[in-house]
Design a binder for this molecule. Sequence first.
Ligand code: SAM
Length: 444
Amino acid sequence: MRYYPVFLDLVDQPCVVLGEGKFAREKAASLREAGALVRVIPSREYKRGDLAGARLVVDASEDTDINRRSWQEAEEAGILINVVDRPAQCRFIAPAIVRRDPLLIAISTSGESPYLASALRARIERWLGREWGPFVALVGNVRRQLRARGVPIPEQTRVFRRIVNSEVRSLLRRGRADDAAHLAVAIGQAGAIGPGRVALVGAGPGDPDLLTFKARELLADAEYVLHDALIAPETLALCGPDARIEDVGKRAGLDNPSQEAITARLIELARAGYAVVRLKGGDPFVFGRGGEELADLVDAGIEVVVVPGVTAALAAPAAAGIPVTLRGVASSLAITTAQGDRSLDRLRELALAADTLVVLMPRSNLAEVAAAVAEAVGGSRPAAVISNATLPNQQSVTGPLEGIARMADQAAIGTPATLVVGDVVAAAPTLAVLPNSTVDGGFG
Ligand SMILES: C[S@@+](CC[C@H](N)C(=O)[O-])C[C@H]1O[C@@H](n2cnc3c(N)ncnc32)[C@H](O)[C@@H]1O
């Protein structure tokens, strides 16, 4: 069944509800809420001719004989009818509704599953808070003002995007309706060319479900998204349909944009008034060079927002079931990288100083890294290497530090990978559902 969706204007229109039960009362109430003139006819009183002149009829009598007769009368008279729970006797069906007046969202599964329709309604209600009602009304006001001034449509669209990306909704959420209205009007008056903004956003370790709510919203509304190499296509799919996506990922050995070129591009786009998202794997400030980009943008006078992400340094062990500060086993944690000057000396020092050591970017020189850490804490210290954590192709190996590089090679552990060293690895409870390719070397 294919339905044609409409919203009906029933103000002052005669409508009939048949029946006297709960459904009949509910249908009558919602029709009255829409301004209809509702006549309720109890089941036993219905007779042919009662529907004459009605715009719309709901038969909630739950009586098959009445159902048959009302359907026949309505069909002959060309009146829209819905016989409750009888899809074959419905000229229209009633969707599940999310009400944020003047915003109205109708959800229909074409009768396949009223349960799913109401489950979706509950989700959308949580997603779109109460502030969406007044927000839509404010945007409506601005739209009327822009139209009255003859502002061209593409420019109007940019104003609306700026309002969506502004503080207007959060002001409404906090009950500051007057401030929200002033801000919306001010953006409307400033026009499309206002200052742009860069959001430095953490994309998490890979699984798009681990993005923050704020990251999702910014991606949906961004005009430009400049992203790293490690961002999953499923995450980029959350960008709005008109977003321009630029891959500025730095992959070893390939001719990719320099850090200066990336920052210059961000500044250029923000100065041109665009809403820009700079999307980085994990958390932008954990070995992600987010700090340098922030400093350069602030120096250039660009407005920046920072949205933290779930760092791989914590997500990779967590996804492999390793609690990095397991009570009674570890009460300190160090996070470092295997790359850069003095990295091996630093690894030795940190391995001694912290109960659990997490090493990012260890894969290319894993044997060397493991040997350096083993020099400090001994080759029998438990270790794990987890690659592609939180993604469908997650892999991990666990075993004593002295054998971990060989095990990782044997299991063909790829990148990105994270090394975890410490007693928590051996003490970790075995996951009920282990990722397919976990290899456990034992610690005996
Ligand atoms: C340049 S660092 C960026 C870290 C990122 N800013 C963060 O907070 O997760 C890249 C390293 O993060 C780790 N990494 C990123 N994603 C990972 C994943 N899905 N599984 C395991 N390790 C990951 C690897 O060690 C990789 O070499």
